[in-house]
Design a protein around this ligand. Sequence first.
Ligand code: ASP
Length: 342
Amino acid sequence: MTKQPHILLIYTGGTIGMVKDADSGALKAFDFNSLLVKIPELRLLDCTIDTISFEEPIDSSNMNPKYWGDIATIIGDNYSKFDGFVVLHGSDTMSYSASALSFMLENLAKPVIFTGSQLPIGDLRTDAKENLITSIQMASLQIEGVPVIREVGLYFEYKLYRGNRTTKLNAEHFEAFESLNYPHLAESGVHLKVNYKQLWEPTPNSELILRTAMDTNIGVLKLFPGISRPLCEAILTSKLIKGLIIETYGAGNATSEPWFISLLKAAIANGLHVINVTQCAGGSVNMGQYETSSQLKLIGVISGKDITTEAAVAKLMYLLGENVAKNKFKTIFETSLRGEMS
Ligand code: ASP
């Protein structure tokens, strides 16, 4: 008889485990053990499950790099004992966390599946049960004892996505996430259908390395028509940041007004890493396609290509945390490290 996969369920918080406060009616996190009582079906799954919970579960709006480090450390400490990991997490910042963990877990060769829900587990119409049960099944998938998913995934509403390719697109629909620049890794219908060709292939025989030093001295600037010079000046001359993600229009276009370009040029000359990410939900930055992005290319702006802002934030914190040399930073950022860009 083959050994049943052994799965570690890590509960960080989020709607999935929340209850309504009797007085205020607001949703707040509750004790994890009660969550398991609410899903007796878990015992019917073809795997064994252990659980571990944040001491104080959080709404994911309070997520930060220290908590990311805690999740990475839990996975690192338990890596050899388990075949797969399911992280229960609020949906609001789940794409940021899945992206961050993809960088923190170098040489990951086991499944780490993030999931959560739009309605609490106790709600009659909850989406939590399907999300949780199928995530555990995805994490348990093996071929001849080798896990099928060997990367950080995000499972929500019948689809498994590459975590660092996702964005939360809807605050109400059960189908809250999408990965517009990368195909789904798997779909759950009558059968679990895995898109084998799209799965990440880890480097063989490499040990898991935890990379938890995230540098948070970064910024995100979303362009809009009429953005003022003083605002751009304040950000681009700030000594408080080492990296700045600019959310540009369309295929990476920005105003070509001379003051904007010279501010950017001076900032880059002063050592600021500036990354161009499109504010469109899908598609790629292509500097040089239009005149309004040619200057950006010439002055050394880094292309985020088709990366999401969420993954760009995580990658920027990660590369700064790893103290990547200034002269290599652009090339490394423009290289796909965990399948986060094409
Ligand atoms: N505010 C909640 C959170 O992100 C929403 C959710 O769980 O989906 O923690």
